[in-house]
Design a protein around this ligand. Sequence first.
Ligand code: ZN
Length: 72
Amino acid sequence: MPSIKIRFHCNICKKTISLEITDEFQANFKAVADRYPYPIVVHHAGHYAMVYLDESFKERGTVVSKIAIEEK
Ligand SMILES: [Zn+2]
């Protein structure tokens, strides 16, 4: 599989974020996703983006948050 870039706009830092995704990531995404668009969580610059990707790794919507919590 060729190398692919994901692009999304982050409303918190007001930047367009570009991520290069590896063959391994692409294979894992296809194996795990049971529907499309399927969300991935991107942790960057101290906050989070949930980026929905379609089968072609095109961004189909993004939600951003400064808050995450882990169950204990
Ligand atoms: Zn951001």
